[in-house]
Structures are given as structure tokens and as C-alpha cells.
Ligand binder design. Sequence first.
Ligand code: GLC
Ligand code: CA
Length: 558
Amino acid sequence: MDLHKKWWKEAVVYQIYPRSFYDSNGDGIGDLPGIIEKLDYLQELGVDVIWLNPIYKSPNADNGYDISDYYDIMDEFGTMEDFDRLLNEAHKRGIKIVMDLVVNHTSDEHKWFLESKKSKDSPYRNFYFWRPGKNGKLPNNWTSFFGGPAWEYDPQTGEYYLHLFATKQPDLNWDNPQVRQEVYKMMKWWLDKGIDGFRMDVINLISKVEGLPDDREGEKKGGLVGFKYYANGPRVHEYLQEMNREVLSKYDIMTVGETPFVTPEIAKLYVEYDRNELNMIFHFEHMDMDCSGSKWNVKPWKLTDLKKIMYKWYLALKDKGWNSLYLNNHDQPRMVSRFGNDKEYRVESAKLLATLLHTWQGTPFIYQGEEIGMTNCKFESIDEFRDIETLNFYREMKEKGMSDDSILEILNKRSRDHARTPMQWNDSENAGFTTGKPWIKVNPNYKEINVKKALADKGSIFYYYKKLIQLRKTHPAVVYGDVQMLYENDEKIFAYTRSYGNEKLLVVMNFSEEEVEFCAPKEIFLNKPELLISNYEVEDDIQQKIVLKPYESRVYKI
Ligand code: GLC
Ligand code: CA
């Protein structure tokens, strides 16, 4: 058991979306000097690691996920000197930095792609997937994650290139060993600079089935077509093991792969210790709980589904691998609006979700603003959105004849822009994010919800997070303890114990707006439990039966 103690299991990660974090020079765009200015704030919160969304040179078709130079910094974000300063200042405060690694695709403005499109016999041609049309049609029927076909025609050579995401994000051909060597070289360059790991963007899509076959079944079903030919593709483990051998194993770092379309059985292949691939992955099962077919098709979610998913993942990886824990990120709606109540119980439910995030087994990932309970934004018209996925969806739905109101209603639940509105620092204009004009709308609730207010209130969500993070440092059971579920089939109560050595904790949470009764198991009742944290005032000792208020959460040491 102790053999598997690792710093990245004990760490709490804070995700920064630099564009929306803090603007230091008034151009309306968050930047690296802005992050440096806020490092003391993050130190106060107590996080151990920052994961930076992409900061590399990019024409920003997909906010930095389209990289034109892996060795340079995005103009709007600053310079390499700024980055070095950020890394140094973070390290001084005991905070590590994990970078986003986006290598399933590059920008179409990357020099490799510019070279590859020049001619069919360019030495870079094989860095990407170039194919001639088939009988006057596209090379296959795959569709893009951002809508439309996954192929774009280039008149210069009369062929198409593959892009699983935007047309400005051509897919790299990982079957070409030169591509892999270039990626490893670049990773080493950053690691030698002293960064502390990578979050790997859609890393399980890098190996495509040879021949890139048509997906007839997928086409009949509708939705995204073709993924069965590249999600967890035939050579992905070979490539990740090679990457581990040549790069990762040489450094003491944290790696987490973003992996859509994985079950726990598939995940084991990426994270089991003896496989030597990745430390953790982000799965999507709980993100798919409240939609059917596609992310845009929203349905209510059930607490029992969330519990089943989390328990299943815990059991599957127990003692053999490690889970990541997240409830939102830059691609997802705000967790308090989605899984809590962002109106009368905003504060309570944000704390309740935080309790789950920090006391389940796995490494917690906090998304910027989550620690002050930032909510989804109300977008009034399509002009207020910036995200390429959102804008493409809007266009497609318009073409299908859907009304603006109906599309807006969907986007107001699902758009990635909910996560991307600026961080709310104070109650001055633009939430103190910028002195200029922000690149995207500020959530109008910033006067009520902001960092300044949170820091001035000992009962705020911020200080609750701080305390939870401290609990992970002082109670090893929070990190390493085994999970035992209680109340498994209950639709309102989420409760479990965590045991490690002779330490045992009890976590009880009421995921509903009503009061509910919780009956503690006898052994707990007998042993005079000590309350470690709760989101309401709790006066009494724990009785065998306790009444939990709406969204109440408590953690006891028993
Ligand atoms: C990942 C990123 C997302 C991006 C996509 C393409 O899903 O999280 O933001 O748009 O990959 O790189
Ligand atoms: Ca700026």
C-alpha cells in the first residue's frame, strides 16, 4: 500500500483558463503576468498544483487548443520570460505547474502543416492524414466533434486532410515515428525547463485504425460518426508506453490524460501501475449522466447514477491505479448550476459538492471560480458567445430550422462559455478582471459572487475549500482511505466511510432541497465521532439519527 504513496495523489490541482483568469495590461485578455499576480491568492487557498490550459503560440481558433508553435507563448498571454517567471514564482510558493499537452492535432498554421500542404511529396506530408476524395466524395464519412465532416479539401494538392476537431486543427499522424519523436523532443524541452507534468488533451484519440474505414453503423445512429475507429485505437498503448519509456519515466511528474469514450475496463490499460503509461485519466461517465445521445440533449440526472459511477471507478482502479476527480472544467457547465442549486442554496450546495470532490478517493481538480461558487451565466443572445463549438452548433441548428430561442435555451444549459466567463475578483467594473473590454461577457452576478467578498467572510465557500484541502494534509484517510458506501440506493443521501490504518472517517451529504434523516451505523454512534467539517452550524453530538438540512454535508472522524 505504502509503495503506492505519491505526491500527485496527495495534491489538489487548480485549473487555470488563462484567457479568463486575470488581465494585467488592460487588453481584455487574461495573461501570464496576471497569473503571477494571483499566485498569493492560490497559495492562500492551499492548492499544490496549477494546471494551465494551453498557453502556446496559437491563432486561437479553439482558444489555444490549436497550436502553431509548441516552443513559444501565445502573444496575448506574454513572453517566454513571463513563463519562466511564473514557473519560478509558483515553485517559490511550493506550487507545481502542469501544462496542457495538445498533440492529437496542431494548428493549420503550424510550420509542419504549412510544409505538408505544399506538395504530395513534402517531407512533412506524412505528419498528417492527407487522402484523395473517394468517387468525388470525402475520403470517409467521419464527422467532427465541432460539427460537419472531419475532412477539409485543400485545392493546392487536390486532397483532403483529417481534422477530428475544427478545420483549423489538422490531426497529427502518430503512426509516423518522426511525429512521435518531435513530440517527445518538445515534451523533454518543457520538462527540462522544470514543469511538473502534463494534462494530455484527447490523448486516447491519437491512434487511428489503418485505412480510416467508413463508419456505417455510426452514420445510421447519428451523432458523432467514426469514433470507434480512433477512440482507444489499435496502437495507442504502444505509443503511450513508448512516450513513458522515452520521456515520462525520466522525471518525477504528474500525468493525466483526457480520455473520452472510456469505461473503467479500458481505463485500467492507461493507468494501472505496471503498464507504465499515465498516472490518471479524466473519464466522462459522470459528465454524460445528464444527457442522451449528445451533450446538447439534456435530461435530468440521478444521484444514484452518480454514486454508481463513482463507486464503480473506485473499485475498478483500487490498489492498481488512481482516479482523478472533477465536477467541471473549461469544457463543462459550472458544477453548482448543474449538480447543485445556484439559487437559494448556492453556498450550501457548492460546499457539498466540494466535500464530495475532496473526500472521495482520487486527486481533486478544482476549476477556477469553483472555490467562490461561480455559476453558469445567462447569455441573452448568440453574439455573446465566443466558443467555436457553440457557434458551430448554433449555425447547424439554424440551418435545420430551429428558432433562436430554442437554441439559446440549450446553450444556456450546455455551452462551454459558462466556464469561460472571467474570474470574478471583486465588485468593481468587469469584476476586476480587466480595466479594458473583456474578450467575453462577465457574469452579471459578480457583485454578489467575487473573491474579495469571499476573502472577507470566514463562512465563505473559499474558506470551506481551504479547510477541505487542509484536511487532506492532516488526515491520510482522506487521500488513501478505502471507501465503503452507505445508503447506496438512496436518491438524496450520499454517504460513505474512508478507512486507512486505524483512522476512519464518515462523510454524509444531503443532495436534496429537503431535510432528510440519516441513521448512522451503530459502531459510529457508539464511538463519539468528532466533527471535522460541515457546511451548517452543527451543535449536537452525532446521534444515531441525524436530520440533514438541504444540501448539508458533514465529515466526521470516528
Ligand atoms: C479537449 C479540450 C477542449 C478542446 C478539444 C480539442 O477536449 O479540453 O477544450 O476543444 O480537446 O483540442
Ligand atoms: Ca492581457
